[in-house]
Design a protein around this ligand. Structure first.
Ligand code: HPA
Length: 269
């Protein structure tokens, strides 16, 4: 399935040869509109890609140029909470790897746990905690992947340092911290947030970790940014809603867009 999907994408986007992939999280699809010379590949045309089911997620890959770099954006990701197999969640990243992509930029929406977080804060992901209960690498070894990939520095230190420099130049406040991934789709209980806080989580969300694990098994450099769309359960508003998540993402999309573009500029530097 991986090579069929990669062949379909390669043909559809030819002669473009992207080197950077960007996964657009909840409400961040607008970045796809800023890609120049774009060709869009709907998921329906890619073998093994299901239709996304979540509001705020389209379903297409967009190849083109952003800040002079050849990029491939994934608008609409697959989540474990939709009932997808980890292999489906990971399929786009496997396709990126086969296409020759060397850098993965992941964005997501997350609940803020650390005291310094506010709705609208941007957080550079320094590390993650996998609380999904799933492992996309479990099972027979897939060609091109390491059996026991090192995960001691999954979010590339050098890219992070450059991202911090971009944020400082652009005067974008940027937090940095540990992202905990849960399976979802229910938001966490207050007790779960208290537990996550104690084990070192700074933000919590329902994505990203499966993609990053596969990327690392394939030697792809990763950088991740969370939009803190809300304070996690018990720390802010009495109830959480997906509407609030989308509204906050909408409010800070300008900053996130400039940050991602700045990161794209330095990816090949
Ligand atoms: N919890 C989990 N996932 C999320 C949250 C949250 O509070 N906000 C946005 N995605």
């Amino acid at each position: 399935m991986i090579s069929e999907a990669a062949d379909a994408v390669r043909k559809a986007i030819a002669p473009r040869q992207p080197t950077v992939a960007i996964v657009l999280g909840s409400g961040l699809g607008f970045l796809g509109e800023e890609i120049g010379d774009a060709v869009r590949v709907p998921y329906a045309r890619i073998p093994g890609f299901p239709q996304p089911t979540v509001q705020g997620h389209a379903g297409e890959l967009i190849a083109g140029t952003l800040e002079g770099a050849a990029v491939l954006a994934q608008s609409g990701r697959f989540h474990l909470y939709e009932g997808h197999d980890p292999a489906v969640v990971a399929l786009p990243v496997r396709v990126f790897a086969v296409l020759g992509i060397r850098t993965l930029i992941v964005t997501n929406a997350a609940g803020g746990i650390r005291r310094t977080m506010r709705p609208g804060s941007l957080m550079l992901i320094a590390d993650h905690l996998n609380f999904t209960g799933r492992q996309p690498l479990a099972g027979p070894l897939v060609e091109g992947e390491e059996r026991f990939p090192d995960m001691s520095d999954p979010y590339d230190g050098e890219l992070r340092a450059r991202a911090r420099a971009v944020a400082a130049e652009e005067r974008i406040p940027l937090e940095e911290g540990t992202y905990a991934a849960t399976l979802g789709p229910s938001y966490e209980t207050k007790a779960e947030i208290e537990m996550l806080k104690r084990v070192g989580a700074d933000a919590v969300g329902m994505s990203t970790v499966p993609e990053v694990i596969i990327a690392r098994a394939r030697g792809i450099r990763c950088i991740g940014i969370s939009i803190v769309t809300n304070l996690a359960a018990g720390l802010g508003a009495p109830t959480l809603s997906h509407k609030e998540v989308l509204e906050t993402a909408e409010r800070v999309k300008g900053d996130l867009g400039r940050l991602v573009k700045g990161i794209v500029r330095i990816c090949d530097a």
